[in-house]
Design a protein around this ligand. Structure first.
Ligand code: ZN
Length: 273
């Protein structure tokens, strides 16, 4: 009886080993797949892009109103019109500055996302285009500069040390909100339309890159573990602004080679005749 039991155990062990090996192989396969992880991104219709952009812009506007509200609360704390329990005046001011900053950051990120989904027109309205694409910077200024000026010009409202700390915190918040609010790679409605018209093939891009690539093996995205793939519309919707320089050059070269090839064939045919 005992021997039989042992034999059964051995078979089970064997199976376990096989299973473990299989699992290891699967893990290895998954690991390999992760290295070349290409995620397909669906293209939104123009109507979907527009409605999504409107929703994002409304949320941004609401958040900026909240940000200004927190700035006002910080100012009220400064003038002691608002006395809150538990913490010192300085700490309440810092809390409101941080809340102000949080609202500014989220609002600016959503605003920039909307600017890619449904970009503003640039033609005949360069100033308007600049204001609308850089609204995050303008709002950062509105949400912090009045407070900074009031803190600096106020007398006997805060002790010297608290005044310095609040000023530094507010200036740092202003810089962060300004940097995040700035759109360093803005795209206009005209540029998006032109890209959609000229690039009909699928493109590739990375999570934080601002360029889309026409070649999956482009060296600039070779080290990215996740590459997104989809139409040029999807690439722009997800933060891209322009075609990669190297991909453009390569396409130009390959097109030339193809043309040369055609010429040679034509020449041969002509000689045969
Ligand atoms: Zn490229």
């Amino acid at each position: 009886m005992e021997e039989k039991k042992r034999t059964v155990t051995r078979v089970e062990d064997g199976e376990k080993v096989k299973k473990t090996v299989k699992k290891a192989e699967e893990v290895a396969e998954t690991a390999e797949a992760e290295v070349k992880n290409v995620k397909k991104v669906e293209t939104l219709s123009k109507a979907e892009e527009k409605s999504k952009a409107i929703t994002l812009r409304i949320i941004s506007a609401i958040l900026w109103v909240f940000a200004i509200g927190f700035e006002v609360l910080a100012i009220l704390c400064l003038f002691k019109s608002l006395r809150l329990p538990g913490l010192s005046q300085m700490w309440w001011m810092i809390i409101f500055i941080v809340l102000d900053l949080a609202c500014c950051i989220v609002a600016a990120l959503l605003w920039k996302k909307a600017s890619h989904l449904d970009p503003f027109k640039k033609t005949n309205n360069k100033v308007g285009f600049f204001i609308l694409t850089q609204l995050g910077v303008i709002m950062a200024a509105i949400c912090f500069i009045p407070l900074i000026i009031l803190v600096l010009t106020s007398k006997d409202k805060l002790d010297k040390k608290s005044k310095i700390i609040v000023t530094i915190v507010a200036i740092v918040a202003l810089l962060i909100a300004g940097l995040i609010g700035a759109d360093f790679n803005p795209i206009s409605a005209e540029e998006k339309a032109q890209a959609e018209e000229s690039i009909t093939q699928d493109v590739y891009w990375t999570a934080f890159g601002h360029k889309y690539h026409t070649y999956e093996d482009c060296h600039t995205i070779a080290n990215s573990s996740t590459v997104y793939n989809g139409s040029v519309t999807a690439a722009i919707d997800n933060g891209c602004s322009e075609l990669c320089y190297y991909c453009a050059k390569r396409a130009e070269k390959e097109e030339n080679l193809k043309l040369e090839g055609l010429n040679i064939e034509e020449g041969v045919e002509a000689a045969g005749e």
